[in-house]
Design a protein around this ligand. Structure first.
Ligand code: HEM
Length: 304
């Protein structure tokens, strides 16, 4: 069937981080059918008066179960060593609900849970927000070195993959839990050395240690450079808080290479971030493209 518009990314990937968000994680309910039909219902955007938008990602086991083929989609490998643990917590569906009004997020969540029942069950909700225009809860600006414009598209979007894949994206998602009391016990200069930037003016430290976070993850230090489109947001519940790290990439190895540097895979130098924060979840998803305003799910349909 001819399409009026070429496929493009889910808009929220390239847009600014919203004031409020909810991350919803669903699992497949065992012994139930109807997954493909439920996804079809999800392909429709939310009603215009819902006050929310969303980015949707599919996990590798779900894509496999449906007989689809998304080259490069896989699960995050867990890792651990002295001073760090990187868990892998794969899931069937990831939905980044974006809005400005918490009530709208609550109502859209209820609508989605109903639409996806009984094929998918809601496993987790993480409440996220923008802090002072784009700061991590430590007070450091997050996203400074993000690519923008055509560089953002090049970093985040699949191209040359063919219909159904072009305009899609892969996403790496990790909920990091901060120990803010511990962070606040470090002196200001030590805090700056952990991040590798000065909190007061966001300038990169000329003498940042090898283990400073921005030394570990400097995108241009790879040969060739490895860019991520980061769209992370602070999160909190009644007792805990941290950062939901979210990076959209055209290939998952872009994220893996940064993570390998953070855990010192080659040189044994562990990112100083692990001195006060740790990932408590971690998963990869594939974010289908959009065509004519709907998710384009054709790669899930076996070729006849
Ligand atoms: C608690 C978790 C994290 C926190 C609080 C954090 C915070 C920051 C901050 C404050 C910056 C400097 C400003 C900027 O360019 O955005 C930064 C840069 C960066 N971070 Fe993270 N980050 C976290 C996790 C990660 C993870 C898991 C990765 C990738 C595996 C990552 C990749 C990067 C990259 C690529 C940069 C830009 C470096 C450059 O090119 O200068 N970060 N992060």
């Amino acid at each position: 069937m001819a399409s009026a518009e070429p496929a493009g990314p889910q808009p929220g990937i390239l847009e600014e981080v919203p004031p409020l968000a909810r991350y919803l994680v669903f699992r497949r309910a065992p012994g139930t059918g109807g997954a493909r039909e439920a996804l079809e219902a999800l392909a429709e955007p939310p009603p215009p008066n819902a006050g929310v938008s969303r980015v949707i990602g599919l996990g590798s086991a779900l894509v496999r179960e449906l007989g689809g083929a998304v080259p490069g989609l896989r699960d995050l490998l867990p890792a651990s060593g002295p001073g760090f643990t990187v868990p892998s917590t794969p899931a069937a569906l990831w939905i980044w609900l974006r809005g400005e009004d918490r009530g709208d997020l609550v109502h859209e969540t209820r609508r989605l849970v109903r639409r996806l029942d009984p094929a998918f069950r809601l496993d987790d909700i993480v409440e996220a927000f923008r802090h002072r225009g784009g700061l991590d809860l430590t007070g450091y600006e997050d996203g400074t070195e993000n690519p923008t414009g055509s560089a953002a598209r090049a970093a985040a979007l699949v191209s040359g993959g063919g219909p159904g894949l072009d305009g899609s994206s892969f996403v790496a998602v990790q909920v990091w839990e901060h120990d803010l009391d511990r962070f606040e016990r470090f002196s200001g200069p030590i805090q700056d050395h952990i991040i590798g930037r000065r909190r007061s003016d966001n300038a990169e430290l000329p003498d940042g240690p090898d283990a400073a976070h921005v030394q570990r993850t400097e995108q241009e230090a790879f040969d060739p450079p490895v860019f991520l489109l980061r769209r992370s947001m602070p999160w909190a519940d009644a007792r805990r808080a941290g950062l939901v790290f979210v990076a959209f990439v055209r290939r998952l190895d872009a994220f893996e290479r940064h993570l390998d540097r953070m855990i010192g895979k080659d040189d044994g130098v562990l990112d100083h971030l692990f001195r006060f924060t740790r990932p408590v979840t971690g998963a990869f998803f594939w974010c289908p493209p959009v065509r004519d305003g709907r998710l384009d799910l054709r790669v899930l349909d076996p070729v006849s």
